[in-house]
Write a protein that binds this ligand. Structure first.
Ligand code: HMG
Length: 378
C-alpha cells in the first residue's frame, strides 16, 4: 500500500524584516547574515497573527483539493511555540475547518522534530485505516532575544499536509534512521517567549545527528547515498543546510529547496517541509519518481533520516504561483515596528495589522484567545 503526502501547503506572516535593516541597527556586517548565515529576510508576526491563524490558513489550502473532508478523522498539530499547556492548538484548526466531530485532535512537541513524528504516526494510522486521511499541521514562530546570535535566524511558518493512501505528492518509504540524545543545545522555559540556545553545541549536535541517522538509514534500507536524488534538511538558517550537504553529498537541487526558507527564516517544525515545497515549486525539471531524503532535527534532541518517492503528476497537486505570491506580497516593516512585535504571545491583538489568511486573533479576554473569521468582523 502506498501512503504519504497527498497535498501540502504553507502559510506565513503578512510582514517581514530585511536582514540588511537588522544588520544596520545591530552594527553587524550584512555579509555575515547574507553569506555567513545565508538569510535574506525573516517573517515577523503582528499581534493578531499566531501559530493558530497561520495554521488555519495552511490547512484550508491543503484541504481545498481533498474530495471529502469527512475522510479526515485525525488532526495532529506539531509545534514548540504553543501558548497553552493544556488545550491543543489543533482544536481551533478543527473548528475553523469544520472537520467531523469524531476526529482525534492533539498536539505534539519535540522542538523542530515533532512534525516528522506526526507524519510517521499518520502513516501507521492510515496503514491500519486505509479509508482515513490524517491532517498534519506544523506551525511555529521562532523568537530569540534581541542582540543575541539567534536574532537573525528568527522567522515562522505553518505547513499543512494531508496524509493518505495513493498520495499525489510523495510516497513515504519504510526505513528511518533515528537518534535521540539528551543535550541542552536549545530550550524554551514555559515562562519565556524567546528560546535560549548554545550556538556551537547546537550546530555540532545537528551535524553529528545527521551522520548517525544517515548511516542508520543507509544500513537499514541497503541503499547508498547515490540512490538519493536530493535531500531536504531541517534549515534553521540556510548555511546550516549547506554545511549538512557538504557532509553528505552534493546535490544539485539543494539551492531550490532553500529559496523559501531564506526569505521566511526558521520555521522549526515546519522547516524541513517548507524545504520540500520550495524544492517542488522551484525545480523546473520533473522530479517524478525521484527519491528525496529528509533530515529532520529537533534540539534536545531527536533526529530522523527517512525518504520518500515523488509521485507522477505531483505538479497537479501544487500551486507554486500562490506560494510565491504569499512570500512576495508580504509587507516590509521598519525596524521600530519589528521591535514593537517583540513581546510574542503576550502582545494584544490590533486591527491595525493585516492577517495572511481568513482568521484573526480578535482579542484576549480573561486569558482566553478569541479567534474570528475576518469576514464575520466586517
Ligand atoms: P554566531 O556566533 O553569530 O556566528 O552564530 P559565527 O561567528 O559562528 O558566524 C557564522 C558564520 O558567518 C561563520 O561561517 C562565519 O565565518 C561567517 P562558518 O564558519 O559557519 O562557515 N561570518 C561571515 N561571513 C561573511 N562576512 C562576514 C562574516 N562574519 C562571520 N562579515 C548561529 C551563528 C547561526 C549559530 C546563531 O545564529 C545561532 O546560535 N542560532 C540559533 C541556534 C541554531 O539555529 N542552531 C542551529 C542548529 S540547532 C537546530 O537546527 C534546531 C533549532 O531549529 C531549534 C529546534 O529544534 O527547535 C534551532
Amino acid at each position: 500500500m502506498k501512503i504519504g503526502i497527498d497535498s501540502i501547503a504553507f502559510s506565513t506572516s503578512k510582514y517581514f524584516l530585511k536582514l540588511e535593516t537588522l544588520a544596520l541597527h545591530r552594527r553587524e556586517d550584512y555579509e555575515k547574515y547574507y553569506v555567513g548565515i545565508g538569510q535574506k529576510q525573516m517573517s515577523i508576526f503582528p499581534p493578531n497573527e499566531d501559530i493558530v491563524t497561520i495554521a488555519v490558513d495552511a490547512a484550508q489550502k491543503a484541504t481545498a483539493s481533498t474530495p471529502d473532508k469527512n475522510d479526515i478523522d485525525m488532526l495532529i498539530f506539531a509545534t514548540e511555540s504553543s501558548f497553552d499547556l493544556s488545550k491543543s492548538a489543533g482544536i481551533y484548526v478543527h473548528n475553523f475547518l469544520q472537520l467531523r466531530e469524531d476526529c482525534r485532535v492533539f498536539d505534539l512537541k519535540q522542538a523542530c522534530y515533532s512534525a516528522t513524528a506526526a507524519l510517521q504516526l499518520a502513516k501507521s494510522y492510515v496503514r491500519e485505516n486505509p479509508r482515513s486521511k490524517v491532517l498534519v499541521v506544523a506551525s511555529d514562530i521562532v523568537k530569540y532575544l534581541p542582540n543575541t546570535p539567534g536574532e537573525p535566524t528568527q522567522g515562522g511558518a505553518a505547513v499543512a499536509m494531508v496524509v493518505g493512501e495513493n498520495p499525489r505528492v510523495l510516497t513515504l518509504e519504510p526505513y528511518s534512521g533515528i537518534h535521540t540524545t539528551d543535550v541542552m543545545d536549545f530550550w524554551r522555559p514555559i515562562y519565556k517567549s524567546e528560546a535560549l540556545f548554545d550556538s556551537k553545541l547546537s550546530v555540532y549536535n545537528y551535524l553529528k545527528s545527521l551522520n548517525t541517522t544517515l548511516e542508520r538509514y543507509l544500513t537499514l534500507s541497503r541503499l547508498n547515498t547515490s540512490d538519493l536524488d536530493c535531500i531536504c534538511y531541517h534549515a534553521p538558517f540556510c548555511k546550516m543546510a549547506r554545511k549538512a550537504n557538504q557532509q553528505t553529498l552534493r546535490n544539485k537541487f539543494l539551492e531550490n529547496s532553500l529559496i523559501y526558507g531564506s526569505l521566511i527564516g526558521n520555521s522549526c517544525s515546519a522547516s524541513v517541509y517548507i524545504c520540500l515545497l520550495s524544492l517542488l515549486d522551484n525545480t523546473p525539471e520533473s522530479l517524478s519518481q525521484k527519491r528525496v531524503g529528509f533530515f529532520s532535527y529537533g534540539s534536545g534532541s531527536v533526529a530522523e533520516f527517512f525518504s520518500g518517492i515523488i509521485s507522477e503528476g505531483y505538479r497537479e497537486a501544487l500551486s507554486p504561483e500562490n506560494s510565491r505570491r504569499l512570500i512576495e506580497d508580504r509587507m516590509e516593516v521598519p525596524f521600530d515596528e519589528y521591535e514593537s512585535f517583540s513581546d510574542g504571545i503576550n502582545m494584544l491583538p490590533s486591527s491595525k495589522y493585516q492577517n495572511i489568511g481568513a482568521v484573526t486573533l480578535a482579542r484576549i479576554e480573561n486569558d482566553k484567545r478569541i479567534y474570528r473569521s475576518i469576514s464575520s468582523l466586517s
